[in-house]
Write a protein that binds this ligand. Sequence first.
Ligand code: ADP
Length: 165
Amino acid sequence: MSRAIYPGSFDPVTYGHIDIIKRAAKIFDELTVSVLKNSAKTPLFSVDERVNMLKEVCMDLPNVKVESYSGLLAEYAEKNHTEVIIRGLRAVSDFEYELQIAQTNHKISPSVDTIFLTTSLEYSYLSSSIVREVAAYGGDIHHFVPDFIAKKVYERAGEKANGNK
Ligand code: ADP
């Protein structure tokens, strides 16, 4: 059985992530989308909120499960008997960072390899931070994320703006 992990912050999940999830789910028998518990970042959504949003997005994909993890990705992959990490590549700017991370993970756990899926053209500009930024200024994010997520992003961006007043 072929397994892969698709890790990330997913703060929030975008159509770009969803495209990678759907494509990876076709290639592998089992895909685990995993939200990184990263104490260094101040996220818009908690890990549990992000996991729940991803679960809703992946509801119709029977071979996809959603989890969270903390610590070293390579060790988490090994513990889950998964030898493939999926990452999405948007532009050359992603490449240098992703190469370094992939090589580090392979060094830590030599059985673990990273496979890159190139972004679909229509999503190559899209990132979670763009979504947060546009929403913070009241812009339209419906082309970037599913409607139920857009609603949550606007609510949260509004709370943040009011909290900062
Ligand atoms: P991180 O904070 O670890 O960069 P993200 O949640 O931003 O995590 O992204 C997770 C993965 O999804 C990364 O491999 C990233 O390159 C990829 N990704 C993000 N946005 C897109 C997109 N629009 N198209 C394809 N891949 C994407």
